[in-house]
Design a protein around this ligand. Structure first.
Ligand code: SF4
Length: 426
């Protein structure tokens, strides 16, 4: 097992100090998850029911990053609607009617809720039922919240998947299957499917699926692995349908990917030696990929500001496999039910913060001046201007970083700003 720079196991249970902060936050709302969800679920359309602010966020976050026929839009509630002069439901029905007439290819329509008070008053769940009926069941209409009052950034995927769980067909207790939960790049999905095939684990389903009209079955025979650490509510919804969670580290780097596969292998009664034989070649490739960056990253100090919920597993990978020294690991919220294995590996001398008090966090950052800071888009430029090197956390959710074959790419994401700095200094 690779553990360059590892300090072995993390803090003994109960000894890890977690600071809780409340204050100003600098984090995307859950609408941002549309950026990767609309790319993953190819027959889905995401209609944000919101304000012009929401429209701007979607256009700037998604529009500039996705070069495809748009499958997201915003039903902007005009001022007259907000003043209660028009019936918002009528307006929504009209927009949806136009959209479905123009786009017969839509298989699943998500109505995505947002913050404005008039939107909060709208019952989008009821609206979804009404619209599905009005369109003769031709399209599945679901709703979920991406509101900044209720969700942060990646939590938008969690609320979206929770909305789909009741629609999944029922599987019987005898139908033993593996469900991989969390949006993955198709190439990564294919790599994992090949490994599960070689191990003799199956049938394997992925959730969300590539087509919303092909939801996987779920039932008492379903065992599920979380591929993303921000899907606690989805895990609970699947458990309520009888599925069993297989807790594990998240599949980042060699250590995380091995532990994740091991959890499935053991649930299928496969010997550890068999797993090692199957993963030997990809592990060797991953180690070769990591070797390019270990020397550069080893000993470098890193702080991760709370945004993506990927902070704990990514810091674990950077510390234990690349030798980086985490100074602070911030998470927007901590769901221990899906983070226990990762928390167990956090070194006792690393500060873990939950929530955010932006000014205090920036004060600590300026005092500690780590070699690299992982943060949101809004903070990166000001911090760079202060001479701090940064990495955008959004890259962690839009770049394929899971699995053995992406371990080197994941390390490279963090090496790049350091290489750029070295070139500027030289
Ligand atoms: Fe802003 Fe709320 Fe719209 Fe997000 S959902 S863009 S936080 S108004």
């Amino acid at each position: 097992m690779s553990a360059a720079g590892s300090s072995g196991r993390g803090a003994p249970p109960g000894e890890l100090q977690i600071c809780h902060e409340h204050g100003q936050r600098e984090v995307f709302c859950g609408l941002a998850a549309i950026v990767w969800l609309h790319r993953k679920i190819q027959d889905a359309f995401f209609l944000v029911v919101g304000s012009r602010t929401c429209a701007h966020l979607i256009q700037s976050a998604a529009g500039v990053m996705i070069f495809a026929e748009p499958r997201f839009a915003t039903a902007v509630l005009e001022d007259r609607d907000l003043a209660g002069m028009a019936d918002c439901n009528d307006e929504l029905d009209r927009v949806v009617g136009q959209l479905l007439a123009r786009r017969p290819d839509i298989g699943t329509l998500f109505l995505v809720g947002s913050c404005p008070s008039e939107v909060i008053k709208l019952d989008l769940e009821k609206a979804a039922e009404r619209l599905a009926e009005a369109h003769d069941g031709r399209v599945r209409v679901l709703s979920y919240s991406g509101s900044g009052l209720e969700t942060t950034f990646t939590q938008g995927e969690d609320t979206c998947l929770v909305a789909m769980v009741p629609q999944m067909p029922a599987a019987s207790a005898e139908e033993i299957s593996l469900l991989v939960v969390g949006a993955l790049a198709d190439t990564v999905e294919d790599q994992f499917r090949r490994l599960f095939d070689e191990l003799g684990i199956g049938p394997v389903h992925f959730f969300p699926p590539r087509r919303g009209s092909a939801l996987p079955p779920v039932g008492a025979g379903t065992r599920f692995l979380l591929a993303q650490p921000f899907l606690g509510a989805t895990a609970r919804a699947l458990a309520a349908r009888g599925a069993t969670h297989l807790p594990a580290l998240y599949p980042f780097g060699v250590e995380g990917t091995r532990a994740w596969l091991l959890a499935a292998a053991r649930a299928w009664g496969i010997a550890d030696e068999r797993l090692e034989a199957v993963i030997a070649a990809p592990v060797a490739r991953a180690e070769r990929g990591l070797d390019h960056y270990r020397e550069l990253l080893a000993g470098k100090r890193i702080s991760l500001l709370p945004e993506s919920q990927l902070e704990l597993p990514v810091a674990r990978f950077l510390h234990r496999e690349c030798g980086m020294q985490p100074v602070e690991i911030g998470v927007p919220y901590l769901d221990r039910s899906v983070m226990a294995d990762e928390l167990a590996l956090v070194p006792a001398d690393v500060r873990v913060t939950e929530g955010q008090d932006l000014e205090r966090q920036l004060d600590r950052l300026r005092e500690e001046r780590p070699d690299l800071t992982v943060c949101g888009l809004g903070l990166a430029n000001p911090l760079e201007a202060e001479g701090l090197r940064t990495k955008w956390s959004i890259e962690l959710v839009v770049a394929p970083i899971h699995g053995f074959d992406q371990a080197g790419d994941l390390a490279e994401l963090f090496a790049r700003p350091l290489i750029r700095q070295a070139r500027l200094v030289a």
